[in-house]
Design a protein around this ligand. Structure first.
Ligand SMILES: [Fe+2]
Ligand SMILES: [Fe+2]
Length: 510
């Protein structure tokens, strides 16, 4: 690193940020940087939107979880850029505007894609790589000292976007075969045309944004570009695409996006209407041992997949809220996905095949199809606030501690901390709409009571027999622990027929 000529000490100059050469870059003004940042912000917001909108109806559990994480990451980075734009002599205005029609079409196409095959290709092979290239280009062009706050945000954003790209590459390897690629080639070309139309992945330095810099001409037309070394059909560098003169024609987005509120699960989730075992009644029964109760807590954790499925519906169907609402609710959504995965980890640690347990989905199904988004939020708050007293999350942590299973204690410890945060998020975005907490809780209770649970009807319709899965799982755990099952615990057969999960009489959540 070059040092200042009259420096008497041999320390890195410029706080170690960059060299003197780099600090002399004078290409990008505040105005141009802001325009460029707004494009990155737009793509992050749209990524958040398309990931969230697909969580509920995505059947593959791992994708459901990954979409929850990636939606959260995009919401966090979008928040950071919003704040940064506000620091650049710009009131935080224009952040909701569409910065370029090409980017809009790109995002609309992926949002409207018919299955997770197109979705994975569109998000992880086109949009995320385009965003990465654009951020890298920004880093190479901006003055790293003058624009240091943006450079710092970009570094963090790049780190997580590269993680997302890597995840997507592994997902695509598993989900997208050669036949699908061939079928999708024209559509992938369309997405690349959208990127090209918006100025290549130098996103801000293209046409239509008042920024005059010309892109270097590139001789290769789009479809002839070689793939990313693995025949994905996506050019290896999106920044080298020839700019297009006009908007490409929409394909999937010719029909507006329709959110599917019905939760879907993959083949590992059998008998999803089964409510034949009530874990809460077991958990709060003093006759049972803490170690046995851990199994019920792990089941409750894994069952929390229904919370992202439900919260995704609130986020997708609630319009006109401030961005902070989206950020907070998405953080909570991701926490609930983590809780589900912590339950999965608990079962893996015990050597128990969790796919043998029916993971009920009627909570997200019934809320998403019977209640309005605001009513769903009310139920969520009612249940989560109910977890705050001594019999709630603290109790679960105490059970974990008493169980002699350190992992169970850690899972419940962090679960409890997360739930305290969720109660705060609820007070911010739900309770404030009421006169007081009491009124807010009353409304939540009424909404929850409104939800029909159809316990008998599910049997009559042949959807489930509410098979008691508990003895088999309990025996497997006892075998693993090398103990004889407690006969009373083994005989446990309380269902959800008459007892609601919050013990007021029926939560599937928490
Ligand atoms: Fe929660
Ligand atoms: Fe939770």
């Amino acid at each position: 690193m070059t040092t200042s000529s009259n420096s008497s000490v041999q320390l890195p100059p410029l706080a170690g940020l960059c060299s003197f050469e780099e600090a002399q870059r004078a290409e990008l003004s505040v105005e141009r940087c802001t325009t460029w940042i707004k494009r990155h912000h737009y793509l992050l917001v749209r990524l958040h939107e398309m990931l969230t909108a697909r969580i509920t109806a995505e059947p593959v559990y791992e994708l459901k979880m990954a979409f929850s994480l990636h939606a959260h990451l995009c919401a966090e980075h979008a928040s950071a850029y919003r704040q940064r734009v506000g620091e650049m002599r710009e009131p935080p205005l224009g952040l909701e505007a569409v910065p370029h029609e090409g980017l809009k079409l790109l995002c609309d196409e992926v949002l409207c894609s018919p299955s997770h095959i197109e979705l994975v290709v569109g998000i992880y092979e086109v949009i995320v790589p385009a965003l990465i290239e654009s951020l890298e280009e920004y880093q190479a062009k901006t003055n790293p000292l003058a624009d240091a706050p943006t450079v710092r945000l970009n570094r963090f954003c790049l780190l997580e976007l590269r993680d997302m790209r890597a995840y997507g590459a592994r997902a695509a390897k598993s989900l997208v075969d050669v036949v699908s690629r061939e079928r999708l080639a024209p559509w992938i070309a369309l997405l690349c045309e959208c990127v090209a139309y918006s100025g290549g992945s130098f996103l801000a330095i293209g046409r239509g944004d008042g920024i005059s810099e010309e892109k270097p001409p590139h001789p290769s037309p789009l479809p002839a570009e070689p793939g990313r070394g693995d025949k994905t059909g996506v050019p290896s560098s999106l920044s080298t695409l020839n700019p297009r003169p006009s908007t490409p024609a929409p394909h999937f987005s010719a029909t507006p996006f329709q959110y599917d509120p019905v939760p879907k699960r993959d083949a590992r989730f059998a008998d999803s209407y089964n409510a034949g075992v009530n874990p809460e009644a077991f958990l709060y029964d003093e006759r049972f041992a803490a170690r046995d109760k851990v199994l019920m807590m792990l089941y409750k954790r894994l069952r929390e997949i229904d919370v992202p499925e439900m919260m995704a519906s609130i986020l997708t169907q609630t319009k006109g809220k401030p961005w902070k609402y989206t950020r907070d609710m998405t953080r909570q959504l991701w926490d609930e996905a983590r809780h589900a995965m912590l339950g999965e980890v608990g079962f893996v640690a015990l050597g128990i095949d969790w796919s043998k347990i029916p993971i009920n989905f009627t909570w997200s199904l019934n809320l998403n199809t019977q209640l309005e988004p605001w009513e769903r939020h009310a139920v969520l708050f009612f249940i989560e606030q109910g977890l705050m007293p001594r019999t709630g999350k603290r109790y679960e942590w105490e059970v974990g501690q008493a169980s002699g299973l350190p992992l169970a204690a850690v899972i419940q410890d962090f679960d409890w901390a997360d739930e305290v945060l969720h109660a705060q998020i609820g007070r911010e975005w739900y309770v404030k709409e009421f006169k007081d907490l009491h009124e807010a809780m009353g409304y939540g209770d009424r909404c929850w009571t409104k939800v029909l649970s159809h316990w008998r009807a599910y049997v009559e319709q042949g959807l489930t027999e509410h098979h008691n899965w508990w003895p088999e799982i309990y025996e497997a755990a006892c075998q693993r622990w090398g103990i004889t099952p407690d006969p009373l615990a083994l005989a446990y057969c309380t269902t959800y027929e008459s007892i609601r999960a919050d013990l007021a009489d029926i939560s599937m959540s928490g």
